[in-house]
Design a protein around this ligand. Structure first.
Ligand code: CP
Ligand code: NVA
Length: 636
């Protein structure tokens, strides 16, 4: 798809907003430092990042230049275990080259591009305190390892508006100077600055397996690839430096091809990315690290969204970011994909937002109501699951009994998404969290007061509280408290402060969000009169709002019963974001579908994984029926 210039520019907006004010450390080296055009394009890219408000710090290599100068001086270059043996004379050439000609050339190029680079080395103001590095008893001479980074000074430089360009040379407390591996120096500097991102510009596309790029690398996968000798040679210290950085506060590390023009910008500003991103936390949901061709049931679960327990904080953050991206894009990642919606209950938002979302993403969908299917009645849940899996790439199901949803997923070979059951409503709460973030409230100390029935929607909030830190106060009448097992799950996670209260006023006290849901859920219509009595004191109205934070948000998953669980003066007040919640169902579900179904892409979905999933299911034994149905055997 060809994008216009305007589309390209506006599609960068969510990334610019996300990264403004954060710090990126870039290890610059290899091919990107040797070709004149690549040097210039790197200088421009770094300047652009700086100009849009990212704090850019460059740590550079320059081994080839050191070798060149040493050769000119008639000195021999000697390598031990891949590292340059550094004697006194070699150290002089290292300092002359790295802290001298190489450093100054980079600075000059960036400044010519309009940046404000300042060239320093680790000796300046004792930026890098080092000690001798002696791995496994090797003697590398004056090769050092980083002990400490003077982050305070570096932050002062950054705050003054300049772009530090750092040569990887360190100094010991006794004044001894050391040559330091640039990857390790970059990693240590990124850790000291708590960088958002650390980039390694390499001479390959990233980590490759059988010539194919690995878009996302986790620790487990990298250990496996090292064992298989697929990650080897110079890639090993880079990958180790990456995980060291991730273990010490750096959010993401990227290996990208410095030999490809503008790879840095493509990695940062496009949703597909270009290289290998290295992340600490195992992604659980739509795990792109899986490339196995035989999926166990546990692996298949990573492609279902049955409840929020399948997601990590990283997954939720990635999903929200992808939502930002898709809001500004007309990408069609679901082209050729078909989604079946199977709904036993009525729906406005969920049905329409899924249908419209699939269509906007280039896919097709079909809505089936229970009358047409007779799930578990006309035929077994397992058989419906198998048949629908053979026509569709995904099943979105709104069912009464959550166990039927589990059975449907168990017997489906395609991802199954929970569009609400009596037990939970994960898509709703993902959209709600996104809405809270959109209104600037997703900050530490967030207090959510849930007022009303402790059933499906409250359950998903509890599951979210086990992922995202918050103070969740649920006020519900006795007998309508949440399921104790879900409550225990959330409490035991230790992520959030959770209170179950009888008094809505205590819950509402200083809350940032007052959230409510209907008193009578779908399927409970016969209890309506009794419920109206029991829940009378659990109404979200102006009076309750006065107890909350002055800028509190009023939220409701809708449909609303005005005059029951919420009054119009609360629902139509300036505090209310109920229609943003409804709209965000569309945006967030598009990100869910893209994560689970899109082919390829760094960190979203994985075509190989899905090919494998489909291939393996045809080989699976005939699944057990969900409920062993009575079979009548006719004797002849
Ligand atoms: N909030 C919600 O799920 O709405 P629908 O029931 O209309 O889908
Ligand atoms: N608790 C409500 C939610 C509607 C979106 C119900 O299940 O009907």
């Amino acid at each position: 798809m060809i994008q216009t210039k305007e589309e390209i520019l506006t599609s960068a907006l969510p990334y610019i907003q996300r990264y403004e004010g954060t710090t990126f450390v870039i290890k610059y080296g290899g091919a990107a430092m040797m070709d004149e055009l690549l040097k210039e394009s790197f200088a421009k890219d770094a300047t652009l990042l700086k100009k849009i408000g990212i704090n850019v710090v460059i740590v550079h290599g320059g081994g080839n230049e050191v070798t060149e100068l040493s050769t000119k001086l008639g000195m021999e270059s000697r390598f031990v275990g891949g590292q340059r043996y550094t004697d006194e004379a070699t150290l002089k050439t290292v300092v002359m080259t790295l802290a001298g000609s190489v450093n100054k050339e980079i600075v000059a190029l960036i400044n010519r591009a309009g940046g404000s680079a300042v060239g320093i080395c680790g000796i300046d103001n004792t930026l890098i305190t080092a000690k001798k590095f002696a791995p496994k008893g090797y003697d590398l001479g004056l090769v050092g390892q980083v002990e400490k980074v003077n982050a305070e000074w570096l932050n002062t430089l950054i705050a003054s508006g300049v772009m530090p360009v750092i040569a990887p040379i360190g100094v010991a407390e006794n004044g001894e100077i050391y040559n330091i591996n640039a990857d390790l120096a970059a990693s240590a500097i990124a850790q000291a600055l708590g960088a958002e991102k650390l980039f390694f510009l390499t001479d390959t596309e990233g980590v490759l397996v059988d010539g194919e790029l690995v878009p996302t690398l986790t620790n487990t996968r990298s250990q496996q690839l090292m064992k298989e000798n697929i990650i080897n040679g110079g890639m090993i210290p880079k990958v180790n430096a990456a995980f060291d950085a991730l273990a010490n506060g750096v959010k993401k590390v990227h290996l990208i091809n410095g030999a490809a023009k503008h790879s840095l910008l493509l990695e940062i500003f496009t949703h597909e990315g270009v290289g290998t991103q290295i992340i600490r936390e195992e992604k659980v949901f739509g795990n792109p690290a899986i490339i196995s061709t035989t999926h166990s049931k546990e692996e298949k679960r990573k492609y279902d969204l049955l409840d929020l327990t399948v997601m990590s904080k990283q997954d939720v953050e990635d999903l929200m970011h992808l939502t930002d991206v898709l809001k500004h894009s007309d990408a069609k990642p679901l082209t050729g994909k078909h989604v079946t919606l199977l709904f036993q209950k009525p729906s406005l938002r969920t049905r329409v937002s899924f249908e419209v979302g699939v269509s906007q993403l280039g896919g097709t969908s079909l809505y089936l109501s229970n009358e047409g299917i007779g799930l578990g009645e006309r035929e077994s849940v397992a058989d419906v699951a198998r048949v629908l899996s053979s026509y569709s790439d995904c099943i979105v199901a709104r069912l009464f009994d959550h166990n039927i949803l589990l059975a449907l997923a168990e017997h489906s070979s395609v991802p199954v998404i929970n569009a609400l059951t009596d037990r939970s409503h994960p898509c709703q709460i993902l959209a709600d969290l996104y809405t809270i973030r959109q209104h600037g409230k997703l900050t530490p100390g967030l207090k959510i007061a849930f007022v009303g029935d402790g059933n499906n929607v409250a359950h998903s909030w509890l599951e979210m509280a086990a992922i995202y830190p918050m103070h969740l106060a649920i006020a519900a009448p006795a007998g309508y408290h949440p399921d104790p097992a879900i409550l225990a799950y959330a409490t035991e996670s230790g992520i959030s402060t959770i209170e179950i209260l009888d008094d809505p006023r205590i819950a509402a006290d200083s809350a940032d969000v007052i959230y409510t849901d209907v008193w009578t859920s779908m399927g409970q219509e016969s209890e309506q009169a009794a419920r109206t009595q029991v829940f009378k004191a659990y109404q979200v109205n102006r009076k309750l709002l006065t107890l909350a934070h002055p800028n509190a948000l009023v939220m409701h998953c809708l449909p609303a019963h005005r005059g029951e669980e919420i009054t119009s003066d609360a629902m139509d007040s300036a505090h209310s974001v109920v229609f943003d919640q409804a709209e965000n169902r569309l945006h967030v579900q598009k990100a869910i579908l893209t994560t689970l179904l899109a082919d390829g892409g760094a960190g979203i979905g994985n075509a190989n994984a899905f090919d494998g999933l489909h291939a393996s299911t045809t080989m699976r034994p005939v699944p057990q029926l969900y409920e062993q149905e009575q079979e009548t055997i006719y004797h002849s």
